[in-house]
Design a protein around this ligand. Structure first.
Ligand code: NAD
Ligand code: UDP
Length: 347
């Protein structure tokens, strides 16, 4: 009998790509999402991409903080594991609306953990972030580095990591994997699913993509005086399909004996500057990206990239794709869906 996996936030960017890999891997998958930052069309497209296996996907429009609704979902299916993506993720918005972020991300997670425990489901994979490394003193970042947060969004990730560690300490039946994502970009190679942020994109590549399709005039480059090869910030960009596969590796690891609450970086281990990323995207798309050089963005780190050693050794997982493939697939998605899943009039 195939295992059933509950995916919170499964209509979103990383969630939708992970749900597809789960279906293709033979898992039954139930998505709960309140569609706050996503469209149900992504769920439909994932179903189509999965072909016959699409029948193993169910969707519930549920807010994680709605305990009764979540109870019903758990009553309908015995879940083997929960993969927990659901959360708000815009750094700037979190500074403006901290209580919204604490309410959504923390209360959502606590409610989820309570309902899981009540239903005897004690296996969890959680979406943490490289943001918990703050401005790292050195690179690559290993999982043992000291943790910090520069904004309320980052603090929700730190707090949830601690909540997970405490939950395991209180009850050793829990098996939890915290995945610290570096910078997910790109899209499924079909160009049928991809990232579709609401409003002005905060992240580099969704912004670049919107400039390329003519939705925005230019990319503002935040900071040209960093101590990096060309003065712009360096990050570890990872293809979203590689990231999705990292979750399948985490599921396998959860079945191993002796795992308590473990943390793994999911990155490529390579640093790429803003200008290098723009050049790679220009090459992939044939589009010129006009640039406006500007001051540093407050709170931004200079250079962040992952040590991938622990994930390679213990999850038996390694990213396969480089920035060429990331930009090729991002452009394929953008050119086929310049306005994302829904035309401008319906947004
Ligand atoms: P996303 O916004 O595309 O997906 C998150 C999904 O969660 C959305 O579909 C949203 O509607 C849903 N959601 C939010 N609050 C909810 C709630 N209370 N109840 C039910 N559904 C809710 O974001 P993403 O890029 O796919 O990120 C997924 C996770 O990974 C998030 O937790 C994010 O913080 C984390 N993460 C993302 C990145 C990144 O750069 N994309 C980096 C590190 C970590
Ligand atoms: N960046 C930029 N212009 C933008 C968005 C981002 O120059 O419009 C830079 C940012 O300063 C950082 C890099 O691109 O050096 C990646 O930023 P992103 O927000 O995507 O990821 P994060 O900083 O959270 O790792």
């Amino acid at each position: 009998m195939a295992k059933s996996i509950l995916v919170t936030g499964g209509a979103g960017y990383i969630g939708s790509h992970t749900v597809l890999q789960l279906l293709l891997g033979g898992y039954r998958t139930v998505v709960v999402d309140n569609l706050d930052n996503s469209s149900e069309i992504s769920v439909r497209r994932v179903k189509e991409l999965a072909g016959d296996l699409g029948k193993n996907l169910l969707f519930h429009k549920v807010d994680l903080r709605d305990k009764q609704a979540l109870e019903k979902v758990f009553a309908s299916t015995p879940f083997d594991t929960v993969i927990h993506f659901a959360g708000l993720k815009a750094v700037g918005e979190s500074v403006q609306k901290p209580l919204l972020y604490y309410d959504n991300n923390l209360i959502g997670t606590i409610t989820l953990l309570e309902v899981m425990a009540a239903h005897g489901c004690k296996k969890l994979v959680f979406s943490s972030s490289a943001t918990v490394y703050g401005w790292p003193k050195e690179v690559p970042c290993t999982e043992e580095f000291p943790l910090s947060a520069a904004n309320p969004y980052g603090r929700t990730k730190l707090f949830i990591e601690e909540i997970c560690r405490d939950t395991y300490r209180s009850d050793s039946e829990w098996k939890i994997i915290l995945l610290r994502y570096f910078n997910p970009v790109g899209a499924h190679h079909s160009g049928y699913i991809g990232e579709d942020p609401r409003g002005i994109p905060n992240n580099l590549m969704p912004f670049v993509q919107q400039v390329a399709v003519g939705r925005r005039p230019a990319l503002t480059v935040f900071g040209t005086d960093y101590a990096t090869k060309d003065g712009t910030g360096v990050r570890d960009y990872i293809h979203v399909v590689d990231l999705a596969d990292g979750h399948i590796a985490a599921l396998r690891k959860l079945d191993a004996a002796g795992i308590g609450c473990e943390v793994y970086n999911l990155g490529t281990g390579k640093g790429t500057s803003v200008l290098e990323m723009v050049a790679a995207f220009e090459k992939a798309s044939g589009k010129k990206i006009p640039l406006v050089m500007s001051a540093r963005r407050p709170g931004d780190a200079e250079i962040v990239y992952a040590s991938t050693h622990k994930a390679e050794k213990e999850l038996n997982w390694k990213a396969k794709y480089g920035i060429e493939e990331m930009c090729r697939d991002q452009w394929n998605w953008a050119s086929k869906n310049p306005y994302g899943y829904e035309p401008p009039s319906s947004k």
